[in-house]
Design a binder for this molecule. Structure first.
Ligand code: XLS
Ligand code: CA
Ligand code: CA
Length: 440
């Protein structure tokens, strides 16, 4: 059966093409700094937003038109797999990602849920055996069902802790079975509402215990994928424990877990935390913790997680700059954790949205590489910190000084001279690069 009847294979046609169903900038084979775009960008489709999301919001019911929605239950789950692989192939996307409950419906009890999962995982495995699309990551949804009202591993209820452990155990077995590159932990309800009723220390200790058990179990079954924590400051929790990269890194260090995890950084979560996307990528990179990216964008006018498809070229450029500085994403990728707007309810919009996102990151990659090749920011930054290359600065860096010596030095200083940061000039240069590289 065909689910996207009127859509042919999406091809690269170059930036002069007027065909909306073609890539203008993403050319999978094109080499940027010796590596194909496909291998650097490692795009992924998010199963939940693309195949299960129905467009409902707190004010209105689902409105998405989807050819697989005529099915119900397990038949619907199977139709989604078929539609999924047709979509991945037509888009020529190398990866996809899912939560357990995205691919198979929950049963009456955990045993039945496992049974449903096993059936669909087997089907996915068969499709994967003849497809070029691989699994970037899977995860367990431990936030939708009412049992997770007070969290999962940080729940007040030990039964919920145990149930969550069973879900992650199953998730790791699926990850191993499908050769998933990574396994993600996003703790949407791992947080609290008010300290009036919360033992924060116990909850964090339990989260640490939970992660250690996950590390041990992956080792036991021989699953070698990368573990990723996905920070987010809030929503649905009022205060989420994995607030941002810095907070989550401190948590990992406190519980001696830092060697087993990296971060999955989502653009919209960064902005919700009051950071830029590139800030979160940079904090992860300089700590050797940049694992993967959830590629989307928020809306400056709305204060919640809108998960829009990324089209802001400035943001994709600065994000790719961090990714390139990191030497790439390793086992990670750029997963479009993004949903079409409620107004974009036709099935074709799924293609337009992914094409827009893929082209935006392809431009970002090219511009970022050119900025690096021309050392535009590097040279400026190097010069800016030049005072640490000689004299007292060099003494500070080399650890040859102390407060007494620095005081002696400061006492004989005259007026201190600073230099301009040139923010506006640098922004104008980025614009210049964006315009020239994207019209090449
Ligand atoms: C929600 C998160 C979620 C994770 C996976 O805001 O982005 O979708 O990526 O559970
Ligand atoms: Ca995400
Ligand atoms: Ca999000």
């Amino acid at each position: 059966m065909t689910y996207f009847e009127n859509i042919d294979q999406i091809k690269y046609e170059g930036h002069k093409s007027t065909n909306p169903l073609a890539f203008k900038y993403y050319n999978p084979e094109e080499k940027v700094a010796g590596k194909s775009m496909e291998d650097t960008l490692r795009f992924g489709v998010a199963y939940w937003h693309t195949f299960t999301m129905d467009g409902s919001d707190p004010f209105g019911s689902g409105n998405m038109i989807r050819s697989w929605d005529k099915f119900k239950g397990m038949d619907l789950a199977k139709a989604r797999v078929e539609a999924g692989f047709e979509f991945f192939e037509k888009l020529n996307v190398p990866f996809f990602c899912f939560h357990d409950i995205d691919i198979a419906p929950e049963g009456e009890n955990l045993r039945e849920t496992y049974k449903n999962l096993d059936e669909i995982v087997l089907m996915i495995k068969e499709y994967m055996s003849t497809s070029n699309t691989k699994l970037l990551w899977n995860t367990a949804n431990m936030f939708s069902h009412p049992r997770f009202v007070h969290g999962a591993a940080t729940s007040i209820n030990a039964d919920v802790f145990a149930y969550s452990a069973a879900k992650v155990k199953k998730g790791l077995e699926i990850a191993k079975d499908l050769g998933s590159e990574n396994y993600v932990f996003w703790g949407g309800r791992e947080g609290y509402e008010t300290l009036l009723n919360t033992d924060m220390k116990l909850e964090l200790d339990n989260l640490g215990r939970f992660f250690h058990m996950a590390v041990d179990y992956a080792k036991e079954i021989g699953y070698n994928g990368q573990f990723l924590i996905e920070p987010k400051p809030k929503e649905p929790s009022k205060h989420q424990y994995d607030f941002d990269v810095a907070t989550s890194l401190a948590f990992l260090q406190s519980y001696d877990l830092q060697d087993h995890f990296k971060f999955n950084i989502e653009a919209n979560h960064a902005t919700l935390a009051g950071h830029t996307f590139e800030h979160e990528l940079c904090v992860a990179r300089i700590n050797g913790m940049l694992g993967s990216v959830d590629a989307n964008q928020g809306d400056g006018l709305l204060g919640w997680d809108t998960d829009e498809f990324p089209t802001d070229l400035y943001a994709t450029t600065l994000a790719m700059y961090e990714v390139l500085k990191n030497g790439g994403l390793g086992r990670g990728g750029l997963n479009f954790d993004a949903k079409v707007r409620r107004g974009s309810f036709e099935q074709e919009d799924l293609f337009h949205a992914h094409i827009a996102g893929m082209d935006s990151f392809a431009i970002g990659l090219k511009v970022a590489q050119k900025l690096i090749d021309d050392k535009v920011l590097e040279e400026f930054i190097e010069k800016r910190y030049d005072s640490y290359n000689h004299g007292i600065g060099k003494e500070i860096i080399e650890g040859n000084t102390d407060f007494r010596k620095l005081e002696d030095y400061a006492l004989q200083l005259g007026d201190i001279q600073n230099t301009s940061g040139r923010t506006e000039r640098l922004r104008a240069t980025i614009n210049q690069y964006l315009l020239s590289v994207s019209s090449e």
